[in-house]
Design a protein around this ligand. Structure first.
Ligand SMILES: [Zn+2]
Ligand SMILES: [Zn+2]
Length: 224
């Protein structure tokens, strides 16, 4: 081994000691790792995990007031900064599947600490997008990090989120439906996505569970 999976620079057999008592190579060089910015979990919105908030943020307050806050809680690990944007562009839009390993590694610790009794449900892609991209960027991350998950949601064709403005996204139409959910409503659900933008996507996905009577629907994203 090995080369940094993002910039390709040689990593001199750099290994780290991880939680599970085994040596493993890190997948990013020191330089690239320095581009990542951890979100301080002491200073986030207590609902959506927005960084640098000490109370409930404006978006969450609006949804609470409208009675449209379906997601119990979101956790995001890193900031969606310039480095993260570059990484995600290569991964999602240019289809560099190997970066799923990097993202899996970034999410792994958080997932391990959260999996307790959650059932993990990845945010699906609509069929057409899946065909365009060739893989679901979220299940690929979960596969690389070797987590079990259940694909409990189906996504209908909708307009691309990125083409809508903030208000339109906050009031987005439902695009998810269930794929035969046979779990007890007491089962805590952990939705997993790559990026949290306005939270509209995750909140709509949470609504499917909420409508069925589920009480605890949290989410985890790599970036926000
Ligand atoms: Zn690198
Ligand atoms: Zn919030």
């Amino acid at each position: 081994m090995s080369n940094c999976l993002y910039c390709g620079i040689n990593i001199n057999k750099h290994v780290t000691w991880d939680l599970f008592n085994s040596f493993r190579p890190t997948l990013l060089c020191e330089n690239c790792k320095a581009g990542l910015s951890f979100i301080n979990q002491e200073e986030v919105c207590s609902i959506c995990g927005k960084p640098d908030s000490r109370s409930i943020c404006q978006d969450c307050n609006e949804r609470l007031a409208q009675g449209t806050q379906y997601l119990t809680r979101n956790h995001s690990v890193y900031r969606y900064n310039q480095f993260a944007k570059g990484l995600m562009e290569l991964y999602k839009y240019r289809g560099d599947y190997i970066l799923a390993k990097v993202l899996g590694e970034l999410l792994e610790k958080s997932l391990r600490s959260m999996t307790k009794n959650f059932v993990i449900c990845p945010i699906p892609l609509a069929e057409k997008r899946l065909a365009e991209r060739g893989f679901n960027q979220v299940t690929a991350i979960l596969d690389e990090a070797t987590f079990n998950y259940q694909e409990l949601l189906v996504r209908e064709e909708g307009e691309k989120q990125s083409k809508r403005n903030r208000i339109e996204r906050l009031n987005a139409k439902q695009v998810f439906r269930e794929a035969e959910i046979k779990l007890s409503v007491d089962q805590p659900i952990l939705l997993v996505d790559d990026i949290y933008t306005t939270g509209a996507t995750l909140n709509l996905a949470a609504k499917v569970f909420c409508d069925k009577g589920f009480k605890n629907i949290e989410s985890l994203t790599v970036f926000r």
